[in-house]
Write a protein of this length. Structure first.
Length: 367
């Protein structure tokens, strides 16, 4: 196995294969142009990124997901992308000739980085359409794959085809974590963002240890973490970012290499002087509510802010009363964590990446 720290990184590793074809740069450029001119939309995105990667610029323009604000275009150094690829290879023990499956859109950083890892580390990567059940027509085994939680949820029956799987783009729910216990695939929940060139930390969610208790996120090589005075995560990752990245993610720090994610500071609800993390409440409610849901707040004269619950379902008085009873009887929820009002919405508003748009859903329901 090549020692990642010591070897010169060409733009294209000699062992790189794409869809079973061994390609040099000229052949890859030819394929990229074919994809752009004649391919499916997802292949067009792959083609455009390959040309971006092989051009003379030292950066790539990447669109952020917009889950924590308005989507924006940022420039990411190709050197940082190479460093990130090497760190992933080392952390997950993925050497040359690793077989990998790309099932994420190449228009976002997670899909782009699957291609970069393959090109830089010499993987044999195949691509399929990025859909909700991406491996339903896959009939070979792969060493490595990356999915969203939604894709994972729709791929459980065929997950044995993947040896190691990373899951990002959103938190993995408690019920989904239960469903993956006992599956032989090593499944990791990741933490990261476009600005950190995908993940900077990961944790196993289906090991014997994680069955008994939730494990903290462990950061990759050359990354350390700290907290600011708001208890928010500060990331020091000189190999993928020029400056320390100060996040709005509230964490419990275990060491400078390990942390637990609590929720976002800009989501914190102050109800009667008690600070409530919606994400913590949602974790507890996942045992009660099967549909998609989220908690948020509305102004309240007495409490300042009151906790409210949105459920993606048609309104039913019977369901409402049953849900109220379940919540009131729950021993996991503290007094202030029990929503003061429940709203039913047939279809949540979504971001262009399919995540729930909380603010727009709230506005649409209350306007």
């Amino acid at each position: 196995m090549t020692e990642y720290n010591d070897y010169f990184t060409p733009r294209l590793h000699e062992d790189f294969q794409f869809n079973k074809n061994q390609l040099n740069e000229a052949g890859l450029i030819q394929l990229a142009n074919l994809y752009i001119n004649e391919g499916e939309p997802y292949e067009e995105q792959i083609g455009e990124f390959i040309l971006d990667w092989l051009d003379e610029r030292d950066f790539v323009e990447v669109k952020t997901s917009g889950s924590t604000g308005t989507p924006k275009i940022i420039k990411i150094s190709k050197e940082f992308m190479v460093n990130s690829a090497k760190a992933t290879g080392k952390f997950f023990k993925l050497p040359e000739q690793t077989t990998a499956l790309l099932c994420l859109p190449a228009s976002y950083i997670a899909g782009k980085m699957m291609l970069v890892r393959a090109m830089v580390l010499g993987w044999h990567i195949d691509s399929v359409q990025p859909k909700s059940n991406p491996i339903d027509q896959v009939f070979k085994r792969y060493d490595f794959c990356a999915m969203t939680p939604f894709q994972l949820d729709n791929s459980l029956a065929r997950l044995h085809l993947i040896k190691k799987l990373i899951v990002g783009g959103g938190a993995v729910s408690v019920p989904l974590k239960r469903l993956v216990q006992g599956i032989p695939t090593k499944i990791y929940e990741t933490y990261g963002m476009t600005e950190t060139v995908t993940h900077i930390a990961a944790r196993r969610i289906n090991s014997k240890k994680s069955r008994k208790k939730q494990l903290p996120f462990k950061v990759l090589n050359n990354v350390t973490v700290a907290q600011d005075d708001r208890n928010c995560l500060v990331i020091k990752a000189p190999m993928v970012a020029d400056e320390n990245i100060v996040t709005n993610d509230v964490v419990e720090l275990v060491t400078y290499k390990k942390f637990f994610w609590k929720g976002r500071i800009d989501h914190v609800i102050n109800s009667g002087g008690v600070k409530i993390h919606p994400e913590e409440v949602e974790k507890k409610l996942q045992n009660i509510i099967l549909q998609r849901f989220f908690v948020t707040s509305l102004p309240d004269d007495a409490l300042g802010e009151k906790l409210i619950l949105f459920v993606e379902a048609a309104f039913s008085e019977e369901v409402l009363q049953h849900l109220k009873e379940e919540i009131q009887q729950s021993k996991k929820l503290d007094k202030f964590e029990k929503p003061k009002k429940i709203y039913f919405v047939e279809k949540f508003e979504e971001t262009h990446t399919g995540k729930i748009n909380r603010l727009n859903t709230l506005k649409a329901r209350l306007d």
